[in-house]
Design a protein around this ligand. Structure first.
Ligand code: FAD
Length: 438
């Protein structure tokens, strides 16, 4: 495979052009709404490949998309007519159980990190679906079932190895390029391509408990406010979650640790009303991390909108329940170790969030696109008056307004200065973009 500037011979990995076998598979991302055709896909098998790809894209004047798990809802890793820098072959995870560290390559999926660490009873915070990419998730923050005990995924990164917009390789840690280290913990893929994350691991054991109690939507306001109030006193092993879909309100929590201790808290939830059904399941941590893999699977059309809430007053639950079209609304609790980190320590913001809300919809018929998107927007708009910001990894098509919701003004200024320093030409703009100073 050859272009005038780049050929497979220059790479440890592979160059894919539109007629090549494997091209169609490689361009596909999680959201089936995304159907873009990059001019080139560089499947990078080494850090050297990433450097070569970045330099070639600039020489060829091609727009760059960076792909790890391919889970950006907008499919930002797949540029139409540009170069997809596909990191998926760079997926190795190495664990040192003595030092409690994991070195994770930039294209790895969360499942690979969980599996390698759990062999030693260790883990670090990762998201709730194992086929999500470590890359995009961690660079935007990284919320998961361990975050209330051990902080966000980004809080556990000890160092980054990054290829810059010039194709150079740099390190970022508390000692080396500390300002870049600050920005990579929450600032997304704006500054370069991370080829390796060094994570701190924690001895979390291998056991977990999931508690879900269903109530009919009629009369669910009291259930939800009770669930909220129980959350305020919940131990850090518990991450409270709730969903509203198809006339059923489900409240519960995920517990990472000794399941017996978790079961004690389940009773409090059962007492919130007259449950229609309940599911209490002990599972291994790895099973927990894969539990939603199928329902959150590929090849389905998707759209969502989210908010952060500092507080959830009763009126917010009324707004949630008053109008419940066929989008799934979910709430997940923050707090604990997330809020222990001073807000100014990382680019990730809104550490005083108590709950994250997402209105999500999935469908298969393209004829429903406009209606589905509108429903998710309408649902989220009803909760907007209670919002206190947004999570950058849950933003979709909000544009600059979304960036302003994700970062307070002072942080945005600091992130813009970092962008000016590391990517003044905005080579990396297919992301939730922080543009350089014009
Ligand atoms: C099914 C599903 C479940 C999710 N669950 C959670 C969850 O539990 N917790 C949570 O916090 N978020 C969750 N998210 C949101 C998720 O964090 C974002 O969608 C994230 O962008 C996905 O990263 P990715 O690597 O899979 O996606 P990609 O589309 O591959 O990447 C997204 C963007 O990240 C950047 N990027 C990715 N890798 C690198 C890299 N190595 N170097 C530089 N830039 C890079 C690029 O800018 C790229 O455009 C979930 C998303 C989905 C679809």
């Amino acid at each position: 495979m050859t272009t005038t500037i780049l050929s497979s011979a220059d790479l440890d990995g592979q160059l894919l052009l539109p007629d090549d076998p494997g091209y169609d598979h490689a361009r596909r991302v999680w959201n089936a709404m995304v159907d873009r055709r990059p001019e080139l896909i560089v499947r990078c098998a080494s850090v050297g490949d990433v450097r070569v790809a970045v330099r070639a894209a600039r020489e060829l004047g091609l727009e760059v998309g960076v792909r790890c798990g391919g889970h950006s809802v907008l499919g930002l890793s797949a540029p139409d007519g540009g170069m997809m820098i596909d990191l998926t072959p760079l997926a190795a995870v190495r664990v040192d159980p003595e030092r409690r560290r994991a070195w994770v390559q930039g294209g790895a999926l969360l499942g690979a990190l969980d599996l390698a660490a759990q062999e030693h009873g260790l883990a670090t915070t990762a998201g709730n679906v194992s086929h999500t990419g470590v890359g995009g998730l961690t660079l935007g923050g990284g919320m998961g079932w361990l975050a209330r005990q051990h902080g966000l995924a980004c809080d556990n990164v000890v160092s980054f190895e990054m290829v810059t917009a010039n194709g150079d390789l740099v390190h970022a840690s508390a000692d080396q390029n500390p300002e870049l280290y600050w920005g990579l913990r929450g600032g997304g893929g704006n500054f370069g391509i991370v080829t390796e994350f060094e994570f701190a691991l924690h001895p979390v054991g291998t056991r977990a408990l999931s508690v879900e109690v269903d109530f009919p939507v009629e009369g669910a306001a009291g259930v939800l406010t009770g669930w909220r109030d129980l959350n305020a006193a919940a131990p850090r092993q518990a991450t409270f979650a709730a969903t509203l879909i198809d006339g059923i309100v489900t409240v519960g929590f995920v517990w990472v640790g000794d399941p017996e201790a978790g079961r004690l808290h389940a009773r409090e939830l059962q007492g919130l009303g007259r449950p229609a059904e309940e599911r209490i399941a002990e599972l291994s941590y790895v099973e927990l991390q894969r539990r939603d893999d199928t329902v959150e699977g590929h090849a389905v059309r998707r759209y969502w909108k989210g908010h952060y809430f500092r507080e959830l007053p009763d009126a917010a639950f009324d707004a949630l329940l008053e109008h419940h079209p066929s989008v799934a609304a979910s709430l997940q609790a923050y707090g604990g170790a997330i809020a222990d980190v001073p807000d100014e320590d990382t680019a990730f913001s809104h550490r005083d969030t108590s709950f994250e809300y997402v209105a999500a919809t999935r469908w298969t018929d393209p004829a429903e696109d406009a209606e589905r998107i509108e429903r998710a927007r309408t649902s989220a708009a009803r909760l907007a008056p209670f919002a206190s910001g947004a999570y950058v990894n849950v933003l979709t098509d909000e544009g600059a307004a979304g960036i302003r919701a994700a970062y307070p003004q002072a942080k945005l200024a600091r992130l813009t200065a970092l962008k000016d320093r590391w990517d003044p030409g905005n080579v990396f703009h297919l992301n939730q973009n922080i543009p350089p100073t014009p």
